[in-house]
Every structure is written in structure tokens, then in C-alpha cells.
Design a binder for this molecule. Sequence first.
Ligand code: HEM
Length: 483
Amino acid sequence: MELLYISLVSFFLFLVSFSLRLLFYKNRASLYGGLPLPPGNTGWPVVGESYHFLSAGWNGYPEKFIFDRMAKYSSNIFRTSIFGESAAVFCGAACNKFLFSNENKLVQAWWPDSVNKIFPSSEQTSSKEEAIKMRKMLPKFFNPEALQRYIGTMDEIARKHLETGWDNRNEVLVFPLAKTYTFQIACRLFLSVEEPSQVATLLEPFSAIASGVISIPINLPGTQFNKAIKSSKKVKEMLYKIIKQRKIDLAQGKASATQDILSHMLLTSDEDGKFMGESGIADKILGLLIGGHDTASSACAFIVKYLAELPAIYDGVYKEQMEIAKSKAPGELLKWEDIQRMKYSWNVACEVLRLAPPLQGSFREVLTEFSYNGFSIPKGWKIYWSANSTHRNSDVFPEPGKFDPSRFEGSGPAPYTFVPFGGGPRMCPGKEYARLEILVFMHNLVKRYRWEKVIPDENIVVNPTPIPAKGLPVRMFPHQSQA
Ligand code: HEM
């Protein structure tokens, strides 16, 4: 469907685009210090290289878009055109360091216009401004005390989740279960929503939203973009209902001020004493659910995949987790000290995040023209940094395709090379929360079962997070005795 639309739109806009290109090339003489633009290709008219960029992921090799061009142009920086924007792709640790250190000086956060359309801010501000407000607010929910409190709840949810979704089954489909797990935690900690049918109703539209965020923004029936816009509206309507009910419950003393993120948002004012409106709260909760849900569930699913493929790694994780399990009283929930002992398991999770980063990278917008590595980068251009440009680079991680958790022992990878959570001031604010829910998941899963893949060479699709094409079916083998 999308290909058809792209061809039609491309054809009609070709002539317009051609004349705009002539104009663009004329204006190049004014670039920074006379330096050239990075080498590269701006691809097809209007859609640029968006299709190449996206299809590399759909085929399971998002890094191919990056490495093909780095090799072709013998450069760590190359020019492209994605989502209707002139862009430079910055590759490697030095580029990561440069970008992350120049946040809000030379560059600022940017998302494709599709993001503003899928998540129109109800407060008439851009998604960029909303993100700034969100960043200010998040430390309250993700500070060390709050995170430590969440561990027991996460453990409780993990146990119940495994009992209802995994126990007494010969075979399970991991990907949807991992999504349910991370979503159950988010619903509980953000909204105090626990009732399984309510969680399922909220979850249903989410996969359409995620794939629409990084898609070609053609809002016609049947496109990913169109489905994402509709799904985002649907979730917001559900969130409004929950928020309205919570206001009533708080007024009647049926809900507490500290029970979850929603209560905090309703009852906490900003530095000017202003409280957030219902629509602003719905936007923020939706942002958190989006940011935190597909990423962490993809990590959990890929941990299951790699542990099935690598029995020696599984044994290492099992040994570590059983030592922790045996040190606990029956029924006792996990605590902060237990998480601190899960060092090998976290190294394994990091190796999974290196090989299958849930987010492939993200964009910045150039605030002021600058030069870097002998190239001029014009104001207004977009810059894309990519986790794979270091994660899959043999100069940085020797034998990059080999699964080797020992890479994370000692001082670990060199700075700016392992970047699944980004870096600098915009580094993922949910990193620690994600670490906790991933480790709690690993603990509960390996404690109960060993498993094997039903489809040994299942394809991976990256859209925009990596997904096993058939949902990762596995055969389950429960351990004889559980701690
Ligand atoms: C394995 C799990 C996760 C991964 C790999 C991940 C990765 C990332 C990355 C790469 C960024 C973008 C940084 C940039 O633009 O340079 C980001 C941003 C963000 N993440 Fe995560 N994330 C994960 C889990 C979470 C969780 C659990 C939450 C919330 C509960 C969350 C909330 C956010 C938010 C709100 C942003 C936007 C921050 C901003 O714009 O300043 N993430 N994440």
C-alpha cells in the first residue's frame, strides 16, 4: 500500500523537486567557511532515501543503511534525505560524543513531523516543548527511592504474569507476552490500572502507534501513519476517562496522592504554581507509555531469544539467579540488594541491547550552522545518530556478531560506543526503570523454565524496534523444583 502511494506522489512531485534542487545547489556557495557538505545522496524526489532507510529495518538489517554508505563514501558522516528533510548521518563514537556534548548548543531534539501529527499536543505546543516539560518532571518518578519501591511491585507483577501467561503451557509466543509484561508494569506504576481486561484494552492500539512513528507520513487509509493517528486518539480517549475518574477518587479520598505517577501529576504544580490540565497529563502519560513500553518489551523478548540459542549463557544466568532465589524466604519479593547481585545477568542484557538495540538511533536538528570533520552542516538540517554505527563496528567491538557478555566486565566498553539509551542530557530517563524490569523478568523466567526456539532461524523485522517476525514461539521446559 505504502509503495503505491510513494510512487504516485513521487511522480507528480518530480518536476517541482527538480527545480527546487537547482535552487538549493545555487545557494550552497554560502556554506560555513566554504567547506563542502558531507558526501551522500539525497535519493528520490521528496521521499529522499526514506524507503531505503526504513526497508533496511523491515528486512532485519537496519545497520545496512549505515554501513553501506559509510563504505561507499569512506566517511563517518554522510548526507541523505529522510522524511522530507535534508539530513546528515553521524557515525561512530567521536560523532556520538560531539552530538551528545552539543545538546541545546549546536543541536536540539527533533522528531519527524509524523510525531507531532500522531501525538498532537493538546496544549498547543510542539512535541519538543512537551518533551522538555516531561524531562523536568521525570526525576520525581525515577529517583533512586522511587525506583527501589518499584522493585517489589515489578516482582509481584512478573510472578502473576508468568502464572497466567506462561505456566502449564508447552509452547508460548514470547513477543506479545513480553509486551503484556512491560505494559502491565507501566499501567500499574503510572495509572494503578491492574484489571487484566482494562490493561488489554489499553494495550491493543499500541503496536500501530509505534510503527507509525517512524513511517512515511502519508495520511491515507491503510497506511501505517494513518493507523497510528487513529490509535493514538483512541488511547488518549481512554486516558481521559481514567484521569477524570481519578480526580473524583482523589476528591472522595478513595485514591492516594502517592499511589502512582498519575496522582503525582494531578497534585503537583510547576515552579509557577500551575497545575497540569487533563490534556497535558494525558499527553505525558501517553509519551511515557510509548517511550517505555515497546523498547523494554523488545529487550525482554530478545533476551529470551539469545538465552534459547546460547545454553552456556543461559547456565550462567540461571546460576546467578538461583543463588539469589535460594537466599530468599518463600514468597519474599525481590529487593534492591538482590538487583545489585545480578551482575552477570545485566552484562547479558547489555550484550542483547548491543546486538538488538530497541531504538536504532534518533534525530537532532541543527540550531546553528557548524563545521565538523571538514564538512559544513547547515542550520535546519537534521542529524541522525545510530547505535549500530558503533555496536556493530568491528573496530569498536571485535567480532561484533559474537554474543560475548564479558565485553561489559570491568570498565566495559569505551565511552560513547555502547549507546542503547543514547547519551548526554537527553539520555533515556527511563534507563534505570528499564534495567529493573528487565532483571526482574530474567530472574522470574530462568528460575522457572528452560526453553527452546520453535523456529530456529526466525527472521527479525525492525519497525522501528526489532521484532521476531513470527513473535518468537518457544517450547517451555519447567524446572523440577522452583525456589
Ligand atoms: C530497554 C529499554 C529502553 C531503551 C533501549 C531506551 C532508549 C532510549 C533512547 C535511545 C532514547 C533517545 C535518546 C536520544 O534522543 O538521544 C530514549 C528516550 C526516552 N526514553 Fe527511553 N529507552 C528504554 C526504556 C524507557 C522507559 C522504561 C521509559 C519510561 C518509563 C523511557 C522513557 C523515555 C523518554 C520519556 C525519552 C525521551 C527523553 C527526551 O526526549 O529527553 N524509556 N530512550
